[in-house]
Write a protein that binds this ligand. Structure first.
Ligand code: SF4
Ligand code: SF4
Length: 288
């Protein structure tokens, strides 16, 4: 789909009229820190929030509320005629809407989908409200910590993928002539989120989405770094002493699946990433 790229100074009809239009029929993806923030705002445990209101192990908010705009179902957190029940803990994609955010060559870009400014369809009244620059809108939405969390979880994802590379390339598995691992990385990149979540299994899904970290929610960078340590420790414990090529192959597939599931939760495209990682592995001697 066509996207309109924006500079931070670009002026748009961006004062939100708070009608809740965009709380219907949308895809709201979550990283583990955002999931914890939502649970805190709802005053329940992260596990309870995940099980009650999320899909695919916690990487997506459930939209099973009363149908509203265009007969699309409301977000599970939307209260009719009131608005978002977790407003202070809402995730980055809700804060950014109608904008999207992309990182290309380490540079951050903002954009919106299509030629026409998306709010104009459901909330035409925004034309008459104060226009803001992209930068002013982001400041007003307090996106800063949420953007930092997103960037930090990109690192966590890379580190998980690195474990899959080590298991394939540094253990002798690739050198043994293995041709089964890369096709499975590709298969997982194309898999539906529920199928991938199922493949990963409950234990790793819980490690990914329900880390046992207390007291650090105010600092998303610290939270994500502690989470990274927990995941790496867990991988070391589970995969550190593997012997056979079959075990190494299964471990490489499993941890790559975890990286791809997290990728989806932070808004990356698992299919593109899987292809990129397959090419990298092939450049280092792996085969398919
Ligand atoms: S569509 Fe735009 S103006 Fe309307 S509620 Fe959503 S962000 Fe606000
Ligand atoms: S979390 Fe809140 S702001 Fe985001 S879609 Fe749900 S109800 Fe709307």
């Amino acid at each position: 789909m066509l996207t309109t790229k924006l500079g931070i100074q670009d002026i748009l009809p961006l004062t939100c009229s708070r009608t809740g239009t965009c709380c219907h029929g949308k895809l709201v993806l979550l990283n583990p820190w955002e999931l914890a923030c939502l649970a805190k705002e709802k005053k329940i445990t992260t596990r309870e929030f995940r099980d009650l209101y999320c899909e695919f192990g916690g990487i997506r908010l459930r939209f099973n509320g009363k149908p509203g705009w265009k007969q699309q179902q409301a977000c599970s957190q939307y209260v009719d005629n009131v608005g978002c029940s977790v407003h202070l803990g809402r995730p980055l994609s809700c804060r950014l809407y109608p904008l999207g955010r992309q990182i290309q060559s380490k540079e951050v870009h903002y954009m919106y989908q299509g030629n026409e400014f998306p709010c104009l369809e459901g909330c035409p009244e925004v034309s008459g409200l104060p226009h803001l620059s992209v930068g002013e809108y982001l400041t007003g939405q307090l996106t800063d910590r949420f953007e930092k969390a997103q960037d930090e979880y990109l690192e966590v994802m890379e580190n998980l993928a690195d474990v899959a590379f080590v298991l394939l390339l540094d253990t002798g598995l690739a050198k043994s002539g293995d041709k089964k691992t890369l096709p499975l990385w590709r298969e997982m990149g194309n898999e539906l989120p529920e199928v991938l979540a199922n493949r990963i299994g409950q234990e790793w899904i819980d490690c990914l989405m329900l880390p046992e970290i207390s007291g650090d929610l105010d600092d998303p960078i610290l939270f994500a770094r502690k989470h990274n340590e927990l995941l790496q420790l867990r991988a070391q414990e589970q995969f550190g002493a593997l012997q056979t090529n079959k075990e190494l192959h299964e471990a490489s597939v499993l941890i790559m699946g975890v990286a791809l599931h997290l990728a989806r939760g932070i808004g990356a495209d698992p299919k593109i990433l899987a292809e990129h990682w397959i090419d990298t592995a092939k450049n280092h001697g792996a085969q398919e």
